[in-house]
Design a protein around this ligand. Sequence first.
Ligand code: AMP
Length: 462
Amino acid sequence: MSQTAFSTLNLKPDLLSNLSSLGYEAMTPIQAQSLPHILAGKDVIAQGKTGSGKTAAFGLGLLDHLNVKRFRVQSLVLCPTRELADQVAKEIRKLARAIHNIKVLTLCGGMPFGPQIGSLEHGAHIIVGTPGRVEEHVRKGFLNLDDLNMLILDEADRMLEMGFQDALDTIIDAAPERRQTLLFSATYPKQIESIAKRIMHKPVMAKVESTHDNSSIQQHFYKVDSNEDRMIGLRLLLSQHRPESAVVFCNTKRETQEVADDLEHYGFSAIALHGDLEQRERDQTLVRFANKSASVLVATDVAARGLDIDALDAVINYHVARDTEVHVHRIGRTGRAGSKGIACSFFSDKEHYKIALLEDYLDKTIEGEELPPMHLLDQPTHRPAMVTLQIGGGKKQKVRPGDILGALTGDNGIAGNQVGKINVFDMCAYVAVHREVARAALKKLENGKMKGRSFRVRQIRD
Ligand code: AMP
Protein backbone atom coordinates (compact mmCIF):
# COMPACT_ATOMS: atom_id res chain seq x y z
CA MET A 1 0.00 0.00 0.00
CA SER A 2 1.32 3.41 -0.91
CA GLN A 3 2.34 5.63 1.96
CA THR A 4 0.08 8.35 0.68
CA ALA A 5 -3.08 6.22 0.56
CA PHE A 6 -5.80 7.58 2.84
CA SER A 7 -6.36 4.02 4.00
CA THR A 8 -3.03 4.13 5.87
CA LEU A 9 -4.75 6.55 8.24
CA ASN A 10 -6.97 5.56 11.05
CA LEU A 11 -10.00 7.42 9.68
CA LYS A 12 -13.63 6.63 10.41
CA PRO A 13 -14.85 4.23 7.68
CA ASP A 14 -17.60 6.62 6.53
CA LEU A 15 -15.09 9.36 5.94
CA LEU A 16 -12.73 7.03 4.14
CA SER A 17 -15.28 5.61 1.72
CA ASN A 18 -16.56 9.07 0.90
CA LEU A 19 -13.06 10.15 -0.11
CA SER A 20 -12.91 7.68 -2.93
CA SER A 21 -16.35 8.80 -4.08
CA LEU A 22 -14.93 12.34 -4.21
CA GLY A 23 -12.06 11.10 -6.34
CA TYR A 24 -9.42 11.83 -3.71
CA GLU A 25 -7.13 8.91 -4.35
CA ALA A 26 -3.95 9.82 -2.58
CA MET A 27 -3.02 12.35 0.06
CA THR A 28 -1.47 15.57 -1.11
CA PRO A 29 1.93 16.31 0.47
CA ILE A 30 0.47 18.60 3.11
CA GLN A 31 -2.13 16.00 4.02
CA ALA A 32 0.48 13.26 4.26
CA GLN A 33 2.63 15.47 6.48
CA SER A 34 -0.08 16.73 8.81
CA LEU A 35 -2.96 14.24 8.98
CA PRO A 36 -1.25 11.53 11.03
CA HIS A 37 -0.42 14.13 13.72
CA ILE A 38 -3.82 15.79 13.51
CA LEU A 39 -5.59 12.45 13.93
CA ALA A 40 -3.30 11.65 16.85
CA GLY A 41 -4.66 14.73 18.59
CA LYS A 42 -1.52 16.83 18.39
CA ASP A 43 -1.31 20.56 17.80
CA VAL A 44 0.00 21.16 14.30
CA ILE A 45 1.47 24.11 12.46
CA ALA A 46 1.31 23.60 8.71
CA GLN A 47 2.66 25.73 5.99
CA GLY A 48 0.31 25.28 3.10
CA LYS A 49 -1.23 27.55 0.55
CA THR A 50 -4.55 27.47 -1.26
CA GLY A 51 -4.60 24.58 -3.69
CA SER A 52 -2.44 22.35 -1.52
CA GLY A 53 -5.37 20.42 -0.06
CA LYS A 54 -5.03 22.03 3.35
CA THR A 55 -8.78 22.36 3.86
CA ALA A 56 -9.24 18.62 3.60
CA ALA A 57 -6.28 18.14 5.97
CA PHE A 58 -7.94 19.98 8.83
CA GLY A 59 -11.48 19.13 7.61
CA LEU A 60 -10.85 15.40 7.92
CA GLY A 61 -9.21 15.96 11.27
CA LEU A 62 -12.15 17.80 12.75
CA LEU A 63 -14.73 15.46 11.26
CA ASP A 64 -12.90 12.45 12.59
CA HIS A 65 -12.98 13.86 16.12
CA LEU A 66 -16.57 14.97 15.95
CA ASN A 67 -19.30 13.38 18.00
CA VAL A 68 -22.46 13.94 15.95
CA LYS A 69 -24.77 12.93 18.75
CA ARG A 70 -23.49 15.76 20.88
CA PHE A 71 -25.16 18.80 19.36
CA ARG A 72 -22.69 21.43 20.56
CA VAL A 73 -20.10 23.56 18.85
CA GLN A 74 -17.09 21.24 18.81
CA SER A 75 -14.91 22.81 16.12
CA LEU A 76 -14.26 26.35 15.08
CA VAL A 77 -12.43 27.35 11.90
CA LEU A 78 -11.37 30.98 11.59
CA CYS A 79 -10.58 32.40 8.14
CA PRO A 80 -9.50 35.88 7.01
CA THR A 81 -12.26 36.48 4.45
CA ARG A 82 -15.83 35.53 3.82
CA GLU A 83 -14.95 34.00 0.46
CA LEU A 84 -12.46 31.68 2.09
CA ALA A 85 -14.89 30.81 4.89
CA ASP A 86 -17.53 29.92 2.31
CA GLN A 87 -15.07 27.69 0.44
CA VAL A 88 -13.97 26.00 3.64
CA ALA A 89 -17.55 25.34 4.73
CA LYS A 90 -18.29 23.92 1.30
CA GLU A 91 -15.32 21.56 1.43
CA ILE A 92 -16.20 20.41 4.95
CA ARG A 93 -19.78 19.69 3.89
CA LYS A 94 -18.43 17.68 0.96
CA LEU A 95 -16.15 15.66 3.22
CA ALA A 96 -19.00 15.14 5.68
CA ARG A 97 -21.48 13.87 3.09
CA ALA A 98 -21.44 10.34 4.40
CA ILE A 99 -22.18 11.32 8.00
CA HIS A 100 -25.77 12.24 8.68
CA ASN A 101 -26.97 15.38 10.40
CA ILE A 102 -23.73 17.28 10.65
CA LYS A 103 -24.45 20.96 10.94
CA VAL A 104 -21.84 23.39 9.61
CA LEU A 105 -22.61 27.07 10.17
CA THR A 106 -20.78 30.07 8.69
CA LEU A 107 -20.56 33.30 10.67
CA CYS A 108 -19.01 36.06 8.59
CA GLY A 109 -18.82 39.79 8.68
CA GLY A 110 -20.67 41.75 6.02
CA MET A 111 -23.70 39.51 6.53
CA PRO A 112 -26.78 40.44 8.59
CA PHE A 113 -26.26 39.71 12.30
CA GLY A 114 -29.81 38.79 13.32
CA PRO A 115 -30.25 35.65 11.22
CA GLN A 116 -26.91 34.37 12.54
CA ILE A 117 -28.27 34.54 16.09
CA GLY A 118 -31.25 32.50 14.95
CA SER A 119 -28.98 29.89 13.36
CA LEU A 120 -26.88 29.71 16.52
CA GLU A 121 -30.02 29.10 18.56
CA HIS A 122 -30.76 26.12 16.31
CA GLY A 123 -27.29 24.82 17.07
CA ALA A 124 -24.28 23.60 15.09
CA HIS A 125 -21.36 21.18 15.36
CA ILE A 126 -18.89 23.17 13.32
CA ILE A 127 -18.54 26.93 12.95
CA VAL A 128 -16.58 28.48 10.10
CA GLY A 129 -16.23 32.23 10.27
CA THR A 130 -14.23 35.43 10.17
CA PRO A 131 -12.63 36.57 13.45
CA GLY A 132 -14.44 39.90 13.83
CA ARG A 133 -17.92 38.44 13.57
CA VAL A 134 -17.19 35.32 15.58
CA GLU A 135 -15.71 37.48 18.31
CA GLU A 136 -18.85 39.61 18.37
CA HIS A 137 -21.05 36.55 18.84
CA VAL A 138 -18.78 35.27 21.59
CA ARG A 139 -18.65 38.62 23.36
CA LYS A 140 -22.42 39.10 23.23
CA GLY A 141 -23.02 35.60 24.51
CA PHE A 142 -24.66 34.11 21.41
CA LEU A 143 -21.83 31.68 20.77
CA ASN A 144 -20.71 29.41 23.58
CA LEU A 145 -17.36 27.70 23.13
CA ASP A 146 -17.37 25.59 26.31
CA ASP A 147 -17.54 22.35 24.33
CA LEU A 148 -14.97 23.29 21.74
CA ASN A 149 -12.28 20.67 21.27
CA MET A 150 -10.72 21.82 18.04
CA LEU A 151 -9.68 25.31 16.98
CA ILE A 152 -8.31 25.95 13.50
CA LEU A 153 -6.69 29.13 12.28
CA ASP A 154 -6.66 29.11 8.49
CA GLU A 155 -4.37 31.56 6.70
CA ALA A 156 -3.24 32.79 10.09
CA ASP A 157 -0.68 35.15 8.57
CA ARG A 158 -3.41 37.02 6.69
CA MET A 159 -5.65 37.24 9.72
CA LEU A 160 -2.86 38.94 11.61
CA GLU A 161 -2.05 41.19 8.65
CA MET A 162 -5.66 42.24 8.51
CA GLY A 163 -5.59 43.32 12.14
CA PHE A 164 -7.57 40.47 13.67
CA GLN A 165 -5.16 39.91 16.55
CA ASP A 166 -7.48 41.31 19.25
CA ALA A 167 -10.49 39.44 17.96
CA LEU A 168 -8.45 36.23 17.93
CA ASP A 169 -7.34 36.79 21.51
CA THR A 170 -10.89 37.27 22.73
CA ILE A 171 -12.07 34.13 20.96
CA ILE A 172 -9.18 32.05 22.25
CA ASP A 173 -9.80 33.29 25.79
CA ALA A 174 -13.35 31.99 25.54
CA ALA A 175 -12.23 28.53 24.37
CA PRO A 176 -11.32 25.72 26.75
CA GLU A 177 -7.62 25.31 27.56
CA ARG A 178 -7.81 21.62 26.77
CA ARG A 179 -8.32 21.59 23.05
CA GLN A 180 -6.44 20.80 19.89
CA THR A 181 -5.21 23.79 17.92
CA LEU A 182 -4.19 23.73 14.26
CA LEU A 183 -2.57 26.66 12.55
CA PHE A 184 -2.27 26.97 8.78
CA SER A 185 -0.29 29.75 7.26
CA ALA A 186 1.32 30.37 3.87
CA THR A 187 4.16 32.30 5.45
CA TYR A 188 5.74 32.06 8.88
CA PRO A 189 6.65 35.54 10.11
CA LYS A 190 7.67 36.37 13.70
CA GLN A 191 4.13 37.31 14.66
CA ILE A 192 2.93 33.79 13.88
CA GLU A 193 5.73 32.30 15.88
CA SER A 194 4.71 34.33 18.90
CA ILE A 195 0.99 33.58 18.62
CA ALA A 196 1.82 29.88 18.20
CA LYS A 197 3.88 29.99 21.39
CA ARG A 198 0.99 31.51 23.29
CA ILE A 199 -1.89 29.40 22.10
CA MET A 200 -0.44 26.03 21.11
CA HIS A 201 0.81 23.09 23.07
CA LYS A 202 4.01 21.41 21.79
CA PRO A 203 3.06 21.89 18.14
CA VAL A 204 4.36 19.62 15.41
CA MET A 205 5.60 21.44 12.30
CA ALA A 206 4.41 20.14 8.94
CA LYS A 207 6.23 21.90 6.19
CA VAL A 208 5.96 20.96 2.56
CA GLU A 209 8.87 21.99 0.45
CA SER A 210 7.02 21.44 -2.78
CA THR A 211 4.78 24.45 -2.14
CA HIS A 212 7.84 26.32 -3.31
CA ASP A 213 8.10 24.46 -6.54
CA ASN A 214 7.18 26.93 -9.20
CA SER A 215 9.14 25.28 -11.95
CA SER A 216 6.18 25.08 -14.31
CA ILE A 217 5.78 28.83 -14.17
CA GLN A 218 7.75 30.96 -16.58
CA GLN A 219 9.02 34.04 -14.81
CA HIS A 220 9.87 37.24 -16.64
CA PHE A 221 11.39 40.40 -15.23
CA TYR A 222 11.33 43.89 -16.70
CA LYS A 223 13.36 46.83 -15.54
CA VAL A 224 11.60 50.18 -15.59
CA ASP A 225 12.87 53.65 -14.76
CA SER A 226 9.69 55.53 -13.90
CA ASN A 227 6.04 55.02 -13.05
CA GLU A 228 5.09 56.02 -16.59
CA ASP A 229 7.31 53.23 -17.90
CA ARG A 230 5.66 50.82 -15.54
CA MET A 231 2.19 51.63 -16.85
CA ILE A 232 3.36 51.44 -20.48
CA GLY A 233 5.05 48.13 -19.71
CA LEU A 234 1.87 46.77 -18.16
CA ARG A 235 -0.21 47.83 -21.17
CA LEU A 236 2.31 46.20 -23.50
CA LEU A 237 2.27 42.91 -21.63
CA LEU A 238 -1.52 42.83 -21.49
CA SER A 239 -1.68 43.67 -25.21
CA GLN A 240 0.76 40.93 -26.07
CA HIS A 241 -0.64 38.14 -23.93
CA ARG A 242 -4.32 39.14 -24.08
CA PRO A 243 -5.16 37.12 -20.95
CA GLU A 244 -8.71 36.11 -20.19
CA SER A 245 -7.93 36.28 -16.46
CA ALA A 246 -4.91 38.07 -15.06
CA VAL A 247 -4.12 39.48 -11.65
CA VAL A 248 -1.94 42.57 -11.29
CA PHE A 249 -0.50 42.86 -7.79
CA CYS A 250 0.13 46.25 -6.23
CA ASN A 251 1.57 46.97 -2.81
CA THR A 252 -0.92 49.61 -1.69
CA LYS A 253 -4.66 50.18 -1.89
CA ARG A 254 -4.16 53.55 -3.49
CA GLU A 255 -1.97 52.23 -6.23
CA THR A 256 -4.43 49.41 -6.86
CA GLN A 257 -7.19 51.88 -7.61
CA GLU A 258 -4.94 54.13 -9.70
CA VAL A 259 -3.64 51.30 -11.85
CA ALA A 260 -7.14 49.92 -12.42
CA ASP A 261 -8.40 53.40 -13.36
CA ASP A 262 -5.50 53.97 -15.75
CA LEU A 263 -5.99 50.61 -17.43
CA GLU A 264 -9.68 51.30 -17.83
CA HIS A 265 -8.84 54.66 -19.32
CA TYR A 266 -6.69 52.90 -21.93
CA GLY A 267 -9.52 50.57 -22.82
CA PHE A 268 -8.72 47.45 -20.80
CA SER A 269 -11.35 45.62 -18.85
CA ALA A 270 -9.80 46.11 -15.42
CA ILE A 271 -11.22 46.28 -11.92
CA ALA A 272 -9.69 47.00 -8.53
CA LEU A 273 -9.94 44.77 -5.47
CA HIS A 274 -8.76 46.20 -2.17
CA GLY A 275 -9.81 46.46 1.45
CA ASP A 276 -11.67 49.74 1.11
CA LEU A 277 -14.44 48.31 -1.01
CA GLU A 278 -17.83 47.80 0.56
CA GLN A 279 -18.97 44.21 0.76
CA ARG A 280 -21.37 44.69 -2.13
CA GLU A 281 -18.68 46.15 -4.38
CA ARG A 282 -16.31 43.40 -3.38
CA ASP A 283 -18.86 40.71 -4.20
CA GLN A 284 -19.52 42.32 -7.55
CA THR A 285 -15.82 42.61 -8.38
CA LEU A 286 -15.16 38.97 -7.57
CA VAL A 287 -18.20 37.86 -9.51
CA ARG A 288 -17.16 39.80 -12.62
CA PHE A 289 -13.63 38.48 -12.53
CA ALA A 290 -14.67 34.88 -11.90
CA ASN A 291 -17.37 34.90 -14.59
CA LYS A 292 -14.90 36.21 -17.17
CA SER A 293 -16.59 39.54 -17.84
CA ALA A 294 -13.58 41.42 -16.49
CA SER A 295 -10.17 40.19 -17.50
CA VAL A 296 -7.75 42.12 -15.31
CA LEU A 297 -8.04 42.22 -11.55
CA VAL A 298 -5.76 44.72 -9.85
CA ALA A 299 -5.35 43.69 -6.23
CA THR A 300 -3.39 43.95 -3.03
CA ASP A 301 -2.08 40.72 -1.51
CA VAL A 302 -4.54 40.84 1.35
CA ALA A 303 -7.54 41.40 -0.89
CA ALA A 304 -6.54 38.63 -3.28
CA ARG A 305 -6.56 36.00 -0.58
CA GLY A 306 -9.40 33.61 -0.80
CA LEU A 307 -9.77 34.37 -4.47
CA ASP A 308 -10.95 31.11 -5.93
CA ILE A 309 -9.94 31.19 -9.57
CA ASP A 310 -8.65 27.94 -11.01
CA ALA A 311 -6.66 29.10 -13.93
CA LEU A 312 -5.05 32.49 -14.07
CA ASP A 313 -3.33 33.05 -17.39
CA ALA A 314 -0.97 35.58 -15.93
CA VAL A 315 0.19 37.13 -12.71
CA ILE A 316 1.84 40.51 -13.04
CA ASN A 317 3.74 42.12 -10.19
CA TYR A 318 3.44 45.84 -10.73
CA HIS A 319 6.00 46.10 -7.99
CA VAL A 320 8.07 43.22 -6.73
CA ALA A 321 6.59 41.95 -3.47
CA ARG A 322 8.13 43.04 -0.19
CA ASP A 323 9.43 39.61 0.62
CA THR A 324 10.32 36.51 -1.29
CA GLU A 325 7.67 34.29 0.21
CA VAL A 326 4.95 36.68 -0.84
CA HIS A 327 6.41 36.74 -4.35
CA VAL A 328 6.40 32.96 -4.53
CA HIS A 329 2.88 32.83 -3.22
CA ARG A 330 1.68 35.39 -5.78
CA ILE A 331 3.15 33.67 -8.78
CA GLY A 332 1.92 30.30 -7.52
CA ARG A 333 -1.54 31.45 -8.55
CA THR A 334 -0.78 31.21 -12.22
CA GLY A 335 -0.53 28.01 -14.19
CA ARG A 336 -2.80 26.07 -11.87
CA ALA A 337 -4.22 22.70 -12.72
CA GLY A 338 -1.45 21.74 -15.08
CA SER A 339 -1.91 24.70 -17.41
CA LYS A 340 1.10 26.85 -18.08
CA GLY A 341 1.01 30.34 -16.73
CA ILE A 342 3.27 33.30 -16.94
CA ALA A 343 4.48 35.55 -14.18
CA CYS A 344 5.86 38.99 -14.99
CA SER A 345 7.48 41.41 -12.55
CA PHE A 346 8.50 45.03 -12.93
CA PHE A 347 11.36 46.41 -10.91
CA SER A 348 13.25 49.68 -10.72
CA ASP A 349 16.72 50.46 -9.44
CA LYS A 350 15.23 51.27 -6.07
CA GLU A 351 13.82 47.77 -5.81
CA HIS A 352 17.11 46.12 -6.58
CA TYR A 353 17.52 44.75 -3.09
CA LYS A 354 14.32 42.74 -3.49
CA ILE A 355 15.64 41.37 -6.76
CA ALA A 356 18.86 40.41 -5.02
CA LEU A 357 16.83 38.42 -2.46
CA LEU A 358 14.93 36.71 -5.24
CA GLU A 359 18.17 35.88 -7.02
CA ASP A 360 19.39 34.19 -3.88
CA TYR A 361 16.18 32.32 -3.58
CA LEU A 362 15.98 31.21 -7.23
CA ASP A 363 19.70 30.67 -7.31
CA LYS A 364 20.16 32.49 -10.59
CA THR A 365 20.80 35.99 -11.84
CA ILE A 366 17.82 38.03 -12.88
CA GLU A 367 18.18 40.18 -15.95
CA GLY A 368 15.58 42.60 -17.19
CA GLU A 369 14.05 41.46 -20.48
CA GLU A 370 12.96 43.63 -23.41
CA LEU A 371 9.35 44.69 -23.30
CA PRO A 372 7.10 43.82 -26.26
CA PRO A 373 7.22 46.34 -29.17
CA MET A 374 5.45 49.68 -28.72
CA HIS A 375 3.23 49.30 -31.80
CA LEU A 376 1.12 46.82 -29.81
CA LEU A 377 -0.41 49.82 -28.08
CA ASP A 378 -2.08 50.82 -31.36
CA GLN A 379 -4.12 47.64 -31.47
CA PRO A 380 -7.61 47.50 -30.03
CA THR A 381 -7.56 46.13 -26.50
CA HIS A 382 -8.88 42.67 -25.67
CA ARG A 383 -12.55 42.63 -24.66
CA PRO A 384 -13.79 39.80 -22.45
CA ALA A 385 -16.11 37.27 -24.05
CA MET A 386 -18.78 37.72 -21.41
CA VAL A 387 -20.76 40.58 -19.90
CA THR A 388 -22.50 40.65 -16.53
CA LEU A 389 -26.17 41.46 -16.03
CA GLN A 390 -27.32 42.45 -12.58
CA ILE A 391 -30.80 41.49 -11.44
CA GLY A 392 -32.48 43.44 -8.64
CA GLY A 393 -33.67 40.37 -6.75
CA GLY A 394 -31.93 37.56 -4.91
CA LYS A 395 -32.39 34.91 -2.23
CA LYS A 396 -34.72 37.15 -0.20
CA GLN A 397 -37.04 37.28 -3.21
CA LYS A 398 -36.60 33.51 -3.62
CA VAL A 399 -34.79 33.94 -6.95
CA ARG A 400 -32.75 30.84 -7.76
CA PRO A 401 -30.19 30.19 -10.49
CA GLY A 402 -32.68 27.94 -12.25
CA ASP A 403 -35.23 30.78 -12.45
CA ILE A 404 -32.67 33.01 -14.13
CA LEU A 405 -31.56 30.35 -16.55
CA GLY A 406 -35.19 29.55 -17.31
CA ALA A 407 -36.09 33.20 -17.96
CA LEU A 408 -33.12 33.59 -20.30
CA THR A 409 -33.48 30.43 -22.33
CA GLY A 410 -37.21 29.67 -22.27
CA ASP A 411 -39.67 30.75 -24.94
CA ASN A 412 -37.32 31.58 -27.84
CA GLY A 413 -34.71 32.85 -25.52
CA ILE A 414 -30.97 32.69 -25.90
CA ALA A 415 -29.17 29.35 -26.06
CA GLY A 416 -28.11 27.74 -22.80
CA ASN A 417 -24.49 27.65 -23.88
CA GLN A 418 -24.53 31.44 -24.15
CA VAL A 419 -25.13 31.69 -20.43
CA GLY A 420 -22.16 31.68 -18.06
CA LYS A 421 -21.89 31.74 -14.30
CA ILE A 422 -24.88 32.69 -12.18
CA ASN A 423 -24.36 34.08 -8.68
CA VAL A 424 -27.29 34.73 -6.36
CA PHE A 425 -26.83 36.96 -3.30
CA ASP A 426 -29.39 38.01 -0.70
CA MET A 427 -30.78 41.04 -2.50
CA CYS A 428 -29.46 40.72 -6.05
CA ALA A 429 -28.11 38.26 -8.57
CA TYR A 430 -25.61 38.29 -11.40
CA VAL A 431 -25.57 36.33 -14.60
CA ALA A 432 -22.84 36.28 -17.22
CA VAL A 433 -23.88 36.01 -20.87
CA HIS A 434 -21.91 36.08 -24.10
CA ARG A 435 -21.33 39.60 -25.32
CA GLU A 436 -23.11 39.05 -28.67
CA VAL A 437 -26.37 38.16 -26.96
CA ALA A 438 -26.17 40.70 -24.14
CA ARG A 439 -28.95 42.93 -25.50
CA ALA A 440 -31.26 40.03 -26.20
CA ALA A 441 -30.58 38.60 -22.76
CA LEU A 442 -31.27 41.92 -21.08
CA LYS A 443 -34.60 42.27 -22.93
CA LYS A 444 -35.57 38.74 -22.06
CA LEU A 445 -34.95 39.30 -18.35
CA GLU A 446 -36.63 42.71 -18.35
CA ASN A 447 -39.78 41.49 -20.05
CA GLY A 448 -39.98 38.06 -18.53
CA LYS A 449 -41.04 37.14 -15.02
CA MET A 450 -39.32 35.24 -12.27
CA LYS A 451 -41.25 34.00 -9.26
CA GLY A 452 -44.27 35.74 -10.77
CA ARG A 453 -42.81 39.22 -10.86
CA SER A 454 -40.42 41.29 -12.90
CA PHE A 455 -37.15 42.64 -11.60
CA ARG A 456 -34.93 45.55 -12.44
CA VAL A 457 -32.09 44.40 -14.70
CA ARG A 458 -29.03 46.27 -15.89
CA GLN A 459 -25.83 45.52 -17.68
CA ILE A 460 -22.75 46.29 -15.63
CA ARG A 461 -20.65 48.62 -17.74
CA ASP A 462 -17.20 47.42 -18.58
P1 AMP B 1 -7.42 23.61 -0.80
O1 AMP B 1 -5.93 23.76 -0.85
O2 AMP B 1 -7.88 23.13 0.51
O3 AMP B 1 -8.10 24.86 -1.26
O4 AMP B 1 -7.82 22.42 -1.81
C1 AMP B 1 -7.64 22.48 -3.20
C2 AMP B 1 -8.53 21.51 -3.96
O5 AMP B 1 -8.03 20.19 -3.93
C3 AMP B 1 -9.95 21.42 -3.45
O6 AMP B 1 -10.82 21.58 -4.55
C4 AMP B 1 -10.08 20.03 -2.88
O7 AMP B 1 -11.40 19.53 -3.09
C5 AMP B 1 -9.05 19.23 -3.65
N1 AMP B 1 -8.40 18.16 -2.89
C6 AMP B 1 -8.01 18.21 -1.59
N2 AMP B 1 -7.39 17.06 -1.23
C7 AMP B 1 -7.38 16.27 -2.34
C8 AMP B 1 -6.84 14.95 -2.61
N3 AMP B 1 -6.21 14.25 -1.68
N4 AMP B 1 -7.00 14.48 -3.85
C9 AMP B 1 -7.64 15.20 -4.79
N5 AMP B 1 -8.14 16.44 -4.61
C10 AMP B 1 -8.02 16.98 -3.39
